[in-house]
Design a protein around this ligand. Sequence first.
Ligand SMILES: Nc1ncnc2c1ncn2[C@@H]1O[C@H](COP(=O)(O)OP(=O)(O)OP(=O)(O)O)[C@@H](O)[C@H]1O
Ligand SMILES: [Mg+2]
Length: 312
Amino acid sequence: MDTRTSLPAVAVKRQKGHAGLMGNDLVVEAKGLRKSYGAVAAVDGLDLEMARGEVLSLLGPNGAGKTTTVEILEGYRRRDNGEVRVLGEDPQRAGTEWRARRGIVLQNNEDVADLSVSESVRHFARFYPSPADPADVIERVGLSAKRDARIRTLSGGQRRRLDVALGIIGGPELLFLDEPTTGFDPEARRTFWDLVRDLAKEGTSVLLTTHYLEEAEALADRVAVINHGRLVETGPPGELGGRQHAPAQVSWLVQGEWRHVKTPQPTALVRQLEETFGGEVPGLTVTRPSLEDIYLGLIGAAAGESGEEQLA
Ligand SMILES: Nc1ncnc2c1ncn2[C@@H]1O[C@H](COP(=O)(O)OP(=O)(O)OP(=O)(O)O)[C@@H](O)[C@H]1O
Ligand SMILES: [Mg+2]
């Protein structure tokens, strides 16, 4: 099954004219956002902005406050404090017209297990003023073969694909995806990435949380790292934490033992090694830090990430 080759275009009918409300083109603006559960400060003064058309990925460890933040932006959860505008309105006060403009894929969805796939997509389509075609959406998430299956009979990954279908059936301007690909097999994940790219091309803004760093790298125009309910750093995946200027690690073998050196000038070192070895350098590799390396460094969980010799 390869749904990548034949994705029918879903007509995304957008209501224009809302973008100018704030005098800019931000679909999300949050300042000083706070939310506590008892003594736990889940979101603790978070600032976040998102431009129209952007794919933004929230990264952060378990319990960092991603879902709480997303749920507040979706209008699912009340904040304690802070200013929030989503699609130009306060999600806490916005009405049904605003709700129809955003699509939601929750981290944990309630079950509508007695319906079939096709029944549930058609059912949710009725809540929107200009929904996409249910059959197209089912095909787009790769569930055509399961259209008549009861939801309770779906595998975990198939169930998640249905969640994604329900998130996009309304043709949203802004799509929230909270860990959308958890449980997906590798092919389904790639198909989903293509779907998100297509939606982004059609102009949909996408706010995505994920624990898969390669997913953030593949999809996001920008990532925002949050920890302890605060924004740690934000930037394009290739530039986060000064990644593009980060020292490279040069590794090679000397009599069966690995040598590793971090240097901002790997070319010079390689040339020197070539001279020393009088030609080919055994086991030579030159690597820059991955997004995961940078991420782990930013949240303070990385061992030996400081560029110094010792490993923790
Ligand atoms: N309904 C709730 N009641 C009490 N505490 C909660 C509730 N929801 C979240 N929390 C707490 O708030 C903090 C942030 O949780 P949140 O679900 O926002 O994190 P997250 O970044 O989405 O984590 P994960 O990556 O595990 O999904 C955690 O300490 C969590 O235990
Ligand atoms: Mg979460």
